[in-house]
Write a protein that binds this ligand. Structure first.
Ligand code: NAD
Ligand code: ZN
Length: 266
């Protein structure tokens, strides 16, 4: 190993050690996740090169008015999102978060993702503020269906009552999921700390939650391979890493520290 590589490794150890120290001060900590959480499952973010918004104008295809006026058109986008989600599965990072909750260290998990991966990975207290694309609802008769794996061959976007069904996600022009966002808001205002993974911090109002945590006296640890709205402003510890590696490493440091043998050099 070169001297530079060794130095970098030691610096990263310091960062993980500090992150573990901060997060173990008064557990449990809130987890906030965004599209980056599922990138290593195979699901790309919507924004940026190759993202779905390059091909579909979100305000057109993803708007509630489009679903009302021309549901087949809205389903071009919704169908692609649904089949994308069903093609992949949770990654090790989702499982790390579920284990941290099981141990009483983490929770609730507030997510902007609509893929349902946190729940499938075993997280129990998941606040899906944009809904879950696997829940299909009929706005006319109220029938619901949960899609767990692949779509049955005879599956239709139309309900047996004749109306168009839709996924229970928040479309443009619709309010967020009230129950989920109010609990997330309450947790963020309570003085709890927060671990943020894979969100750019552009999409409101989820992007305000970390600022609320900060204003309420909580600390913030962030994992993202790139800078975000939070990294140079309010994150106390910024781990510049992809979700799976960052979370796996952090889990190791949290375990060592909670068993009284902190890694690192502090
Ligand atoms: P975003 O697209 O604005 O940002 C994605 C973030 O992920 C970026 O900061 C990027 O640096 C980071 N990232 C990229 N690769 C990563 C990796 N391997 N590990 C960790 N982080 C990584 O996403 P957003 O802020 O969550 O907002 C996008 C909106 O689109 C959300 O509202 C969400 O509902 C929706 N969305 C959901 C999914 C999903 O359900 N999986 C996927 C795409 C978009
Ligand atoms: Zn119906």
């Amino acid at each position: 190993m070169s001297a530079d590589a060794l130095l970098e490794m030691l610096e990263m150890d310091e960062i993980y050690s500090e992150a573990a120290r901060v997060l173990l001060e008064h557990p449990p900590f809130i987890v906030l996740t965004g599209a980056g959480m599922s990138v290593e499952s195979g699901l790309p973010p919507f924004r940026g090169p190759g993202g779905i918004w390059e091909r579909f104008d979100p305000e057109e295809y993803g708007h509630i008015d489009t679903f009302r006026k021309d549901p087949e058109r809205a389903w071009v986008l919704l169908g692609e999102m649904l089949s994308g989600t069903l093609s992949f599965s949770p990654n090790e990072g989702h499982r790390v978060i579920a284990r941290l909750e099981e141990k009483g260290l983490a929770g609730p998990v507030v997510t902007q993702n609509i893929d349902g991966y946190h729940g499938i990975a075993g997280s129990r207290d998941v606040l899906e503020i944009h809904g879950n694309i696997r829940n299909i609802i009929c706005p006319s008769c109220g029938r619901t269906e949960y899609i767990s794996s692949r779509l049955p061959d005879d599956w239709s976007v139309k309900c047996s009552c004749g109306s168009y069904r839709r996924p229970d996600i928040v479309l443009f022009g619709e309010p967020l999921k009230e129950g989920a966002i109010s609990r997330a808001w309450e947790a963020a205002s309570s003085g709890m700390d927060m671990l943020i993974v894979g969100t750019s911090g552009i999409v409101m109002p989820a992007s305000q939650l970390p600022f609320l945590v900060r204003a309420s006296g909580g600390s913030i640890v962030e994992i993202n391979p790139h800078d975000s709205t939070f990294s140079n402003t309010i994150s106390d510890v910024f781990i510049r890493e992809r979700a799976v590696k960052g979370l796996t490493m952090l889990e190791g440091f949290l375990e060592d520290r909670s068993h009284g043998s902190p890694r690192g050099f502090k």
